[in-house]
Design a binder for this molecule. Structure first.
Ligand SMILES: Cc1cc2nc3c(=O)[nH]c(=O)nc-3n(C[C@H](O)[C@H](O)[C@H](O)COP(=O)(O)OP(=O)(O)OC[C@H]3O[C@@H](n4cnc5c(N)ncnc54)[C@H](O)[C@@H]3O)c2cc1C
Length: 230
């Protein structure tokens, strides 16, 4: 479907990640983890993941990494009541109960958006019945979007592991990039777990190689590539 969505609200998640909320059409159905095409006019169109989840009613939310691009400038210029064209939903990056009961979610920076949606949806639906570990990579502690919420999710068997390039003020985080060594240390029976990876192309490529090193078969990996980032 497509509709003109009315701009409601801007929420600063971090200095470089801003959420924009729009009115949700009554008949819009989506699965947590999907994206929409967000058309701001003048050929400024990008796919953006829905960072809200279907169980949060009344609005839809996109969270954009700010790059200073014309697209970002147009988002920042929105006034309450303005409308934009949204089309969708689309995408197959959504939750399915893993056969072996262990789901590892890996997010690089703004790649957290579909994962936030999935985890929030599972919390609201009082699912899952599987164990979840979220490995979340960012530059530093100020760059962690949705941090408080993700650290306080009330899921039955859930753990969040921060991996930061700069760990200043985050004693319990790993320093560096998410790699095979960190995954093997954090994930029991790591070669038989199921993985969902979301992030910019370079990060996704690096993670695919890391998972190959620890013998994770390709059919145990679901990927959302945020193409469009250098
Ligand atoms: C399925 C899917 C889901 C996605 N979900 C999200 C999401 O939830 N959130 C999100 O933020 N993105 C998401 N993306 C990526 C998004 O669609 C854009 O491609 C991306 O945000 C880059 O758009 P831009 O307007 O910032 O840069 P563009 O103008 O498209 O520029 C492309 C490149 O140039 C760089 N660039 C642009 N302007 C400047 C500048 N002034 N200075 C320095 N560098 C600059 C950008 O960083 C980018 O690397 C998703 C992509 C896909 C395919």
């Amino acid at each position: 479907m497509e509709y003109q969505a009315e701009f409601l609200e801007r929420i600063e998640r971090t200095p470089a990640a801003i959420s924009y909320r729009f009115k949700r059409a009554a008949d819009l159905q989506f699965i947590a983890g999907q994206y929409m095409l967000v058309d701001l006019g003048d050929e400024l169109i990008h796919p953006l993941s829905l960072s809200d989840c279907p169980e949060e009613t009344g609005f839809i939310e996109f969270t954009k990494r700010m790059t200073g691009s014309p697209y970002c400038q147009r988002l920042e210029a929105l006034n309450k009541g303005d409308t934009i064209l949204v089309k969708g939903p689309a995408g197959k990056f959504y939750y399915e109960q893993p056969a072996n009961n262990y789901l590892i979610m890996i997010a690089g920076g703004i790649g957290i958006t579909p994962i936030r949606s999935i985890l929030k949806s599972l919390e609201k639906k009082k699912q899952p019945f599987c164990r979840i570990i979220l490995l979340y990579g960012n530059l530093n502690r100020d760059d962690i979007a949705f941090r408080t919420e993700l650290e306080n999710l009330t899921l039955p068997d859930y753990r969040l592991v921060h991996v930061l390039a700069d760990i200043t003020g985050m004693a319990d985080a790993y320093q560096g990039l998410i790699n095979a060594d960190i995954i093997a240390r954090e994930v029991p029976a790591c070669s038989t777990a199921f993985y969902m990876i979301s992030g910019p192309p370079a990060m996704v490529e690096a993670l695919k190689k890391a998972l190959a090193i620890i013998n994770v078969a390709a059919d145990r990996i679901r990927i959302d590539v945020f193409s469009g980032y250098a």
